[in-house]
Design a protein around this ligand. Structure first.
Ligand code: FAD
Ligand code: EPU
Length: 338
């Protein structure tokens, strides 16, 4: 195990927050992961596993060991008349996995193109975009239990996926390290273009034949037009979840704001667009020192250069309070605060 001390984490988080880790290492297989876990235990150090660092906000130096999962490889493990079963190791970059599927004609993952990060983190918050979540294509995963070092299989039910939720964020938080995920991908594609912007973009592209490649390209175009590229401006995508509210609050809000975007959610609830709520509070394009709110997508908080994690966090607190005061809606952070 190659262990580095006092290591800058700036290249390892897409917010580009300049903090350091007391110890840092990369593991390439389970034996090396065992070493990391033993080291943390013996030294009584806390441990943080990261993938691409694209859903993390560091608010201080990490006083422990940060380890980056670098177990790579993608394999077709099985197939039946309907599906390909494709296993990807946790260190594979998510978008490379999507490209692999498109190149091999494995359908179902194309709407999730260009999401940053790793395969291993994809089940943590059940990543989703453009009408698809990973729960729709998930088959099973293998995860390493940190305390007893056993490898446990989780099927779809075990993961209890919800909107930006899974057991790995709730009852099993910080207990498992995901090693690989097997996805169930369609042999015959069912194109999902119901998310309005996709159809518009396909028309703009003058796309005559629908294919997973064209849908992927449409999604890439839409995302690139409104989401900041972390290589240019630090960010972690949507900073907050879209809030789900009950019928009573929804009825009173829609009377006051008839143009408010809203989507039907389970149990008679309504999901609102946090970006719209934040924009209505005049935060879109807001900047305080180097912490700000993206000019094209108010839901994305950004680091213009030298913002600290605390400054971004404080801005998020101010946004939560302002939205609560204006709309009576409580925003919840999506990004993991460390
Ligand atoms: P990290 O940020 O490294 O880690 C996230 C959390 O998962 C941490 O708590 C970490 O400890 C834990 N973790 C990481 N790897 C493992 C593992 N192997 N086992 C156990 N725990 C682990 N998300 C969406 O859902 N939809 C989007 O459309 C979307 N768009 C984005 C756009 C941009 C520009 C950015 C920057 C982010 C976006 N995100 C989106 C958020 C992010 O890409 C996803 O949450 C992604 O899955 C995070 O992967 P990661 O490897 O970077 O995780
Ligand atoms: N809107 C505004 N102002 C803004 C931003 C959005 O009025 O500044 C409105 C839009 O006009 C639209 C609605 O809000 O009516 C929804 O906007 P958009 O389609 O951009 O999607 P979103 O709800 O803001 C969610 C996900 C994204 C995902 C997209 C596409 C969450 C928290 N965010 O964003 O995921 O890529 O839908 O499916 O659910 C992420 O999780 O990091 C992420 C980027």
């Amino acid at each position: 195990m190659l262990l580095e001390e006092n290591k800058s984490l700036k290249p390892y988080n897409t917010f580009a927050i300049d903090v350091s880790a007391k110890y840092f290492t990369v593991f390439n297989n389970v034996d090396e992961l065992n070493e990391v876990i033993d080291f943390a235990k013996n030294k009584n150090e806390k441990h943080l596993i990261i993938g691409g660092g694209s859903n993390i906000l560091f608010t201080q130096n990490y006083d422990g060991i940060v380890s980056k999962n670098n177990i790579t490889g993608i394999e077709l493990v099985n197939e039946d008349t309907t599906y390909y079963y494709v296993k990807a190791n946790a260190g594979v970059s998510w978008h490379n996995f999507v490209l692999h599927c498109i190149n091999h004609n494995y359908a179902g993952v194309e709407n999730l193109s260009l999401i940053p990060g790793s395969v291993g983190a994809s089940p943590i918050q059940n990543i989703g975009a453009y009408g698809v979540e990973i729960k729709d294509i998930f088959y099973e995963l293998e995860a390493y239990h940190i305390t007893d070092k056993k490898i446990i299989k989780f099927n779809l039910q075990d993961c209890a996926f919800g909107y930006r939720e899974s057991v790995f964020k709730t009852i099993y938080k910080n207990q498992f390290i995901i090693l690989n995920v097997t996805f169930k991908l369609n042999k015959v594609a069912f194109y999902n273009t119901k998310y309005g912007a996709i159809e518009q973009e396909l028309e703009r592209m003058q796309c005559k034949d629908l294919s997973i490649k064209n849908i992927s390209q449409a999604v890439i175009n839409i995302r690139s037009s409104k989401l900041p590229n972390p290589k240019e401006i630090g960010n972690a995508g949507s900073f907050f979840k879209n809030p789900v509210i009950d019928e009573t609050l929804y009825s009173s809000l829609i009377q006051q704001y008839p143009l408010m975007p809203h989507y039907a959610a389970p149990n008679n609830k309504q999901k609102l667009a946090a970006g719209w709520l934040i924009e209505q509070c005049n935060f879109k394009g807001y900047r305080s020192k180097d912490a700000g709110c993206h000019t094209k997508q108010a839901l994305v908080l950004v680091n213009f250069g030298k913002a600290t994690g605390k400054e971004i966090f404080d801005l998020s607190t101010e946004i939560i309070a302002t939205v609560k005061q204006k709309f009576g809606v409580e925003l919840e952070r999506e990004v993991n605060i460390i």
